[in-house]
Design a protein around this ligand. Sequence first.
Ligand SMILES: Cc1cc2nc3c(=O)[nH]c(=O)nc-3n(C[C@H](O)[C@H](O)[C@H](O)COP(=O)(O)OP(=O)(O)OC[C@H]3O[C@@H](n4cnc5c(N)ncnc54)[C@H](O)[C@@H]3O)c2cc1C
Length: 247
Amino acid sequence: MKEGKRLKLHSTVNPVDIGVRVELPAEVMEELTSTVFEAKFVYYSRTFEDRVRTFCMCPYGEVVMENNDGLITVNGHSHAERKTPNTNFALLVSKTFTQPFHEPIAYGRYIAGLANLLGSGVIVQRLGDLQSGRRSTKERIAKGLVRPTLEEATPGDLSLVLPYRHLLALMEMLKALDQIAPGVNSRNTLLYGVEVKFYSSRLKLNAHLETEISNLYAVGDGAGVTRGLMQASISGMIAAKGILGKK
Ligand SMILES: Cc1cc2nc3c(=O)[nH]c(=O)nc-3n(C[C@H](O)[C@H](O)[C@H](O)COP(=O)(O)OP(=O)(O)OC[C@H]3O[C@@H](n4cnc5c(N)ncnc54)[C@H](O)[C@@H]3O)c2cc1C
């Protein structure tokens, strides 16, 4: 970003992705995860038409905490050897701000900060409790069929943290996913919040990912072009094809 400013390159405001980490019995996702390790689904919420996507599928994995400069957020990973009975993945709602606000990162930090304030870190809630309009408690989580792999998460109420449009979009997406993998929308499914993905601000680029300076290309996450492994790789190929096409 500093280098972009030095070179007087224009940039655009990127979205901020805010959502939850979903954890459920691995069997529910087995058909998908045994076919493609990282299944990616995109859904446009009916009510607000916001884009909701799955991210970072962790078959037989565990939910973990992440420290972003003092802000505790949630993430997930799978181990090659150690397996848990659960699968987890992120569900993220993308929001782009227009005018006058252009600080998506501050917004994301604010929402994640609310979860930290109420739960002293990450909050976990049973989907059934969320649907019934009540908080989760230790006892209610214990009654559920899914054992949380992140034991440090505080049982609480994500509806006190996530904005209405985010919460609704997530619940609509869970319902839609249930048609593909029956059991996703079960009352026992666990939701951890908040998961948040920040994008770097994106440089103004042409279709070949070339900047306003001829022969200077920007690809991958650092340039705010992508936010994932596959996209980052493909963005390199698009730039390479653009360079080859110039010759
Ligand atoms: C914990 C975690 C989990 C993730 N899980 C997933 C997932 O499940 N699925 C998914 O699709 N994506 C996931 N991602 C995102 C994914 O890792 C990134 O989108 C991807 O790695 C971006 O690729 P990149 O080549 O743009 O950047 P990077 O992989 O970050 O590569 C940039 C490289 O540049 C080097 N570098 C930086 N500065 C300099 C410098 N000044 N000079 C020389 N070298 C420099 C860095 O050391 C690094 O090696 C995850 C990311 C994290 C952090």
